[in-house]
Design a protein around this ligand. Sequence first.
Ligand code: SF4
Length: 356
Amino acid sequence: MSQQNQRTLLAHTKEELEERVVALGGRPFHARIARDLLFAGARSYEEMTSLPTQLRHALTAELPLLSSELRLMTHASDGATKLLLGFPGREEGSDEVETVHIPPHNPKSTKGATLCISTQVGCPVACPFCASGLAGLVRNMKAHEILEQFLRGMDVGPIGRAVVMGIGEPLLNYKEVRAALDVVNKELGLGTRKVTLSTVGFPDRVREIATTSPPFQLAISLHTPFDAERDVLVPAMKGVPIEDVLSAGDFWFKETGREITYEYVLLGEHNDTPDHAHELGQRLRGRRANVNLIPWNPLTPMSSDPEMPNYRRPRTEVVAGFQEDLEEAGIITTVRWSRGLESDAACGQLRLHANS
Ligand code: SF4
């Protein structure tokens, strides 16, 4: 078996790791030391000089620290760093995900960066404006692979927040996501207030997680206030009324005290009209919610299929008008122009470029 396909240190439970370390001639507490040093930044056993030399050699031969390969790293002029990580998979080159490290706007801030992580290889939601959904779902990521993205991100710089907004729909792989976030919370010290789950809002799952999970922040990708249009823009939610999604969001707020952020990708001349803004304002009026408007980033052609819609970036004045309309309805609204635009910032686009 090649080392890349062996189970890594991170893939072992604490008990399993102690057993492995003892089988390789170490003492149980050496397992804890190795794991702590990995979290503290060691990326080879040779750096772990508090472990006996013989054990370091044995571990190097038998137990890989990480399973991913850093396939590409791009830096944008605003400081964002995108990592393209390759995990062992069923097919050569098929299991790539991206992780983005976004430093605070103010370079003097000590808050640390925001890390955007992926939870699935490919995405089953299949939004027609998103490169990640083009090929559908390849597989769910394991908890240790989700966790590994944090370690890769920490290699770029300190992390103060995490957004589960990369490739994949976290609520469709929640057991693994939750297991990874528990470690992030307990061993990396990132509080639940600093972690945002981003979902298309499956109502039953939102309600269940609201009552069974720690109170993470929740962002729900809405993209339109009209049911028929949402069936097209968010295909996995076909037939689920927007009102059910919003009422699940209300439930989340009631249970956790955390206000919902509704994400809205603005597609030029599609969902950026005054009618959309007016209807969205009506839907959200009186709810404990705010809106993030994300002007769509069209860097990479989405598809050569002539049947695919030809989306475009919305005009700046249209974005400003949309925001104004929502604010007049009393909804706090922020525009999030993609950062790192010139280095392929849109979701999934880095992967497509690397493969082309
Ligand atoms: S926008 Fe998000 S939910 Fe939609 S296909 Fe892309 S990754 Fe999946």
